[in-house]
Design a protein around this ligand. Structure first.
Ligand SMILES: NC(=O)c1ccc[n+]([C@@H]2O[C@H](COP(=O)([O-])OP(=O)(O)OC[C@H]3O[C@@H](n4cnc5c(N)ncnc54)[C@H](OP(=O)(O)O)[C@@H]3O)[C@@H](O)[C@H]2O)c1
Length: 267
């Protein structure tokens, strides 16, 4: 017997939903979207090769998995609208920053509602998101695997305990901004020493990407790799010592702590 194609519905079709949908094989899943303005949603549906639904309620009725991809500020309004169509055979996936599984369960009002929380990052745009995933006890193993597969289509997925979501959000959600600053700083140093900004940026971006790949492929502790490029009395170790004297590591850690503290303060 042919296996029924799973249906995934996205409520809110902004940057993140568009990135996720673009990474999904339209022959493998039935995909529905619903937005704020039907005319706009229909246009987006044509571009993304999916189906537009006239209401969030209708989308929920038709979907096995419902991805809540609106801004956190409108989440409560959306869940109110979908409550009549919610049944425990559906699985909810929230990507909203700051909403815990227990906050979400509270909004859904159904005691045994299967809910997953996923935190993708901006690199979803190039199908290279680093996403965190966590589920509540009502999500079956099969549905958990399926949800993981959705996000594996747009990058890597890390199983992260919910208590660590804030730290994850800082080191994977916000960190692209910090890494852009580092890339720009290295490139600017290249300009200071005579390279064009365009060429220096391309050189640094390639080097940062390859160095990250080296950490992944070698499985080495990053400090071991630092030691490998630092010849005794050489040029690289002079730069490493200068970074340390200027509190580089401590400054990076402080910025992650500030990010986590800001998230807590916003709640
Ligand atoms: N962007 C990221 O890097 C990132 C990373 C991790 C998590 N997230 C989470 O992903 C979620 C979406 O973020 P985003 O960056 O994709 O935001 P976004 O681009 O602003 O998308 C939100 C979408 O929701 C739509 N919307 C607003 N009110 C609605 C309603 N009542 N019904 C249906 N749709 C409605 C908006 O439509 P209009 O434009 O027509 O108002 C917009 O298309 C957020 O919860 C955010 O925390 C984002």
């Amino acid at each position: 017997m042919e296996k029924k194609m799973k249906s995934i519905g996205f409520i809110g079709v902004g940057k993140m939903a568009t990135a996720i949908i673009s990474g999904l094989d339209k022959d493998k899943f039935n995909i529905f979207i619903s937005g704020r303005d039907l005319e706009k949603t229909q246009k987006q549906a044509t571009e993304l090769q999916v189906l537009a639904m006239a209401s969030h309620e209708e989308l929920v009725e038709k979907s096995d998995f419902v991805v809540l991809s609106v801004k956190p500020q409108v989440l409560a309004k959306i869940t109110d609208e979908i409550l009549p169509a919610l049944t425990a055979d559906k699985t909810i996936i929230s990507i909203a920053a700051g909403y815990t599984l227990s906050d979400l369960a509270h909004l859904m009002t159904l005691e045994n509602m299967p809910i997953l929380r996923v935190m993708p990052n901006i690199n979803a745009k190039i199908q290279r998101s680093t996403s965190a995933i966590v589920r509540n006890e009502f999500v079956s193993d099969d549905n958990y695997q399926f949800a993981k597969e959705i996000f594996e289509n747009i990058g890597s997925v890390h199983e992260v305990a919910e208590k660590d979501f804030s730290a994850f959000t800082a080191i994977a959600g916000s960190s692209p901004a910090f890494i852009y600053i580092f890339i720009d700083a290295l490139a600017r140093a290249g300009v200071f020493h005579g390279l064009s900004k365009e060429q220096a940026t391309a050189i640094v971006a390639d080097t940062v990407a390859a160095s990250a790949e080296m950490v992944i492929q070698s499985g080495e502790n990053p400090w071991t790799l630092v030691d490998q490029v630092s010849s005794p009395g050489g040029t690289t170790v002079a730069g490493v010592v200068s970074l340390e004297q200027n509190r580089f590591v401590g400054t990076v850690i402080d910025s992650i702590t500030a990010t986590i503290e800001k998230e807590k303060a916003l709640k």
